[in-house]
Ligand binder design. Structure first.
Ligand code: GLC
Ligand code: CA
Length: 516
């Protein structure tokens, strides 16, 4: 730890853009950089001041771009490197920041490094990936690519079988083909990673969201090797790009923050209990009121303590890998979910379209390795024009089919309706931006988070500023023992709360923030 956190992260509210599906300006059915630039004012108007852009580099798109074939070139379907550079500049002009998605763990099989590494004769890229020294030996505990190269060996993969694992070494090598982190091959891979970062930071990006950041060093159970690797990267950044922001897809803040990341995500996989809130049979945020928030909070507290109460854990509204929030949470409860998401420590991340309650599109054939994730990646719904204003292409040419329902939400309609989800989210962001206690680094103390019970209550604080947050997704009145008497209400949704006789009584489906 001990790295300087860029100041703008303190009050950052991120908007995640899946470039394929955001806005198409040349009518080919797929989103592009110019489209994103044309919508920066929309994002800014909502109140978001930072963007995470999913991978936008050259790729055969077997995993939507998480299979990079050239780290130094923007994918032509989105535009040129110059267009991307302009996107950074246009964002900066609006006081916004942009994180690119860095995929350090694997490439596409089509990357020229991989093609070279498949050759039988030794060359510069022979050790760029994790290869065994015989086709008959598979790398333990990992999937692999075998039998397609002249080289005699099997190559480890990280995710899909077309994503060969880059070689950063093994924490404790125990086979002759396993290299240590200090061997030449792994050292060269790491230097190349720095070159890639140097290239895009030099172009004006503000940092990176790092894909599968905890997976780089192999057989590294406690993460010690991978932490050391990222510390090395942070030293390089501190020397050359001290203001670069780093957010990890790791899910273990105690490790990622030691590695020099500024923030980590709480995700839908691993032991986070994130799904208990939004995505399970009885989510806490459903109006049925049969959910349980207690295990999530217990885990959250554990992570919070491990990260020195710095509040650097980001809870996303969703992302390109999970079901849309609106698949299991409906109506007013979406607003209540946002009242929670926008009052927690760490930077909130809003997945494009979640601010208007875009739905999961059911029964789609997989697109670009999306499989079940495809329904969460459908094109943004802007207005009532053709293809919801996403693209002028023929419907069949759209990247992913859109929600066909007559009442599909659009940004235009929601902006016009003062009671819309969009306007509630906008209001919540504005409130967050006006109270330090509600922002990334404000402390949190849980007041009420009991097993199988409602509501959820916590106090956020920064110096003398203290804000009580009470969240009740259930369609019934609930109460809990609490002696706090607030000074002033700063946000309320869905009915009043009463404070009397050492009890707080909370209306059905309501949320409130109070200065105390
Ligand atoms: C991350 C990405 C996901 C991708 C995978 C492999 O989890 O978010 O979309 O498929 O890594 O790169
Ligand atoms: Ca396009």
């Amino acid at each position: 730890m001990g790295t300087n956190q860029p100041k703008w992260l303190d009050n950052a509210v991120f908007y995640e853009i899946y470039p394929q599906s955001f806005c198409d300006t040349n009518g080919d059915g797929i989103g592009d950089f110019n489209g994103i630039i044309s919508k920066l004012d929309y994002i800014k108007e909502l109140g978001c001041n930072a963007i995470w852009l999913n991978p936008c580099f050259e790729s055969p798109f077997g995993d939507a771009g998480y299979d990079v074939s050239d780290y130094y070139s923007a994918a032509p379907r989105y535009g040129t490197n110059e267009d991307l550079k302009r996107l950074f500049a246009e964002a900066h002009r609006r006081d916004m920041h942009v994180l690119l998605d860095l995929v350090p763990g694997h490439t596409s099989v089509e990357h020229k490094w991989f093609r070279e590494s498949m050759k039988a004769e030794r060359n510069e890229f022979t050790d760029r990936y994790v290869w065994t020294d015989s086709i008959w030996e598979e790398p333990q505990g990992m999937g692999c690519i075998r039998g397609i190269s002249d080289r005699d060996g099997s190559c480890a993969v990280n995710f899909f079988s077309h994503q060969p694992a880059l070689n950063y070494g093994f924490y404790k090598p125990d086979r002759p083909w396993q290299q240590s982190m200090d061997d030449e091959g792994p050292k060269a891979t790491l230097e190349e990673l720095k070159n890639i970062m140097r290239f895009w930071l030099g172009m004006g990006c503000d940092g990176f969201r790092v894909d599968m950041a905890g997976s780089l060093v192999k057989h590294d159970e406690d993460g010690k090797g991978t932490i050391a690797l990222w510390q090395n990267v942070r030293e390089f950044l501190d020397r050359e790009f001290p203001s670069a922001a780093m957010v990890s897809e790791w899910g273990e803040p105690d490790k990622s923050l030691q590695g020099g990341f500024h923030m980590d995500f709480l995700l839908h996989f691993g032991p986070s209990h994130y799904n208990d809130l939004f995505r399970c049979a009885e989510p806490f945020f459903s109006d049925r009121g049969k959910g349980d928030v207690s295990e999530f909070i217990a885990k959250y507290k554990e992570n919070y303590e491990k990260s020195e109460r710095k509040g650097l854990i980001c809870i996303p509204s969703g992302n390109h890998d999970m079901d849309r929030l609106a698949r299991s949470i409906h109506g007013d409860n979406l607003k209540i979910a946002f009242a929670f998401l926008l009052s927690m420590p760490g930077a909130p991340f809003i997945y494009y379209g979640d601010e208007i309650g875009m739905r999961y599109v059911e029964n789609l054939v997989s697109v670009e390795g999306g499989y079940g994730r495809t329904g969460s990646r459908s094109p943004m719904q802007w207005d009532s024009s053709t293809n919801a204003g996403f693209s002028s292409a023929a419907k069949e040419k759209l990247y992913i089919p859109q929600d066909e329902s007559a009442d599909r939400p659009t940004a235009e309609a929601q902006i016009a309706d003062k009671n819309s989800l969009y306007n509630e989210v906008k209001k919540l962001i504005a409130i967050r931006q006006s109270y330090k206690a509600l922002q990334s680094k404000g402390e949190i103390e849980f007041i009420y988070a009991e097993k199988d019970a409602y509501p959820l209550a916590y106090v956020r604080s920064a110096g003398d500023e203290k804000i009580l947050v009470v969240i009740n997704p259930a369609a019934r009145e609930v109460s809990f023992d609490c002696n706090i008497i607030p000074k002033e209400s700063i946000y309320g949704f869905g009915g009043t709360m009463s404070f009397a006789d050492g009890k707080i009584t909370v209306s059905p489906q309501s949320a409130g923030y109070f200065r105390i």
